[in-house]
Write a protein that binds this ligand. Structure first.
Ligand SMILES: Nc1ncnc2c1ncn2[C@@H]1O[C@H](COP(=O)(O)OP(=O)(O)O)[C@@H](O)[C@H]1O
Ligand SMILES: [Mg+2]
Length: 253
């Protein structure tokens, strides 16, 4: 754990009326790590991503990226500095082609001209295996490919940190295997990945570290193995059945 801290979240909160969706959260993320962000529905995972990426203003606290205070910056400026995210609900520009959708990511975050945006977009389409759909309208893509498009679009922002909000939701197991390979390949480029995921076997495969959010607060932050066997986490989220199965498979490995 000697890599440098790239993202530092200090005492960040966000209220919606009386709901404390994110409640005084402090977390640090290091260069190149893959961190699982888990917790029950409504725990505040998506809100935290919205706060980091500037899509929602914080009610309090400070977010520092690579030594710079990014709290309150506009989303495109945060993206331009190197922080990208995917959306849990994927909504591509339906009437634009797949290529144009990916180019929009590059233009949003990179401020590139069209030729450079197109070059970057083609690379990202190749990486996500969407090249053959480049000229199709985005509306024609099936779910797994829409999820890939979302990934391609965020990669076109050439991020240093990538936050993936349930990119596997609704996919079948072979599609999930493909997505996991892609996520690992992205991390191998040195990009920090924060992955929100409900499938614990996916989290266990990808992430060495897991953060558990519960009622907007950090319930636990630690090594995946330890977090998955922490009685507090088991009780709040994972359930006893999962814990005993996980312990058995960990003992076998
Ligand atoms: N735009 C919003 N307006 C009002 N309440 C919201 C909004 N977004 C999220 N919430 C509430 O904040 C809490 C956290 O939601 P969310 O961050 O989506 O959780 P998660 O992604 O962990 O399922 C929930 O109680 C949710 O209803
Ligand atoms: Mg969510």
């Amino acid at each position: 754990m000697s890599a440098k801290v790239i993202l530092d979240i200090q005492n960040v909160s966000r209220q919606f009326g009386g709901i404390r969706a994110v409640d005084n959260v402090s977390l640090t993320f290091r260069e190149g790590e893959i961190v699982g962000l888990i917790g029950p529905n409504g725990a505040g995972k998506t809100t935290l991503v919205n706060l980091i990426s500037g899509f929602l203003p914080v009610s309090g606290g400070r977010i520092t990226y690579d030594g710079r205070d990014i709290t309150g910056l506009k989303p495109h400026l945060i993206a331009r500095s190197g922080v990208a995210r995917t959306f849990q609900i994927v909504q591509p520009f339906a009437r634009m082609t797949v290529l144009e959708n990916v180019m929009s990511g590059s233009i949003f975050a990179g401020g590139h001209g069209l030729a450079e945006a197109r070059r970057i977009a083609h690379e990202c389409l190749a990486f996500t295996q969407l090249t053959s759909f480049a000229e199709s309208p985005a509306s024609e893509l099936a779910l797994a490919n829409r999820k890939r498009l979302e990934l391609a679009k965020s990669l076109a922002m050439q991020p240093k940190i990538l936050m993936l909000d349930e990119v596997n939701a609704g996919l079948n197991s072979s599609e999930i295997q493909d997505a996991m390979r892609m996520i690992k390949a992205i991390a191998a480029r040195g990009i920090t990945i924060i992955v929100i995921e409900h499938l614990m076997r996916v989290v266990a495969t990808l992430a060495e570290r897991v953060v558990v959010l519960h009622h907007g607060s950090v319930l636990r932050d630690g090594e995946t193995n330890e977090v998955f066997q922490d009685p507090k986490v088991v009780e709040a989220y994972l359930g006893a059945k999962f814990a005993s199965r996980f312990a058995a498979s960990a003992a076998q490995a």
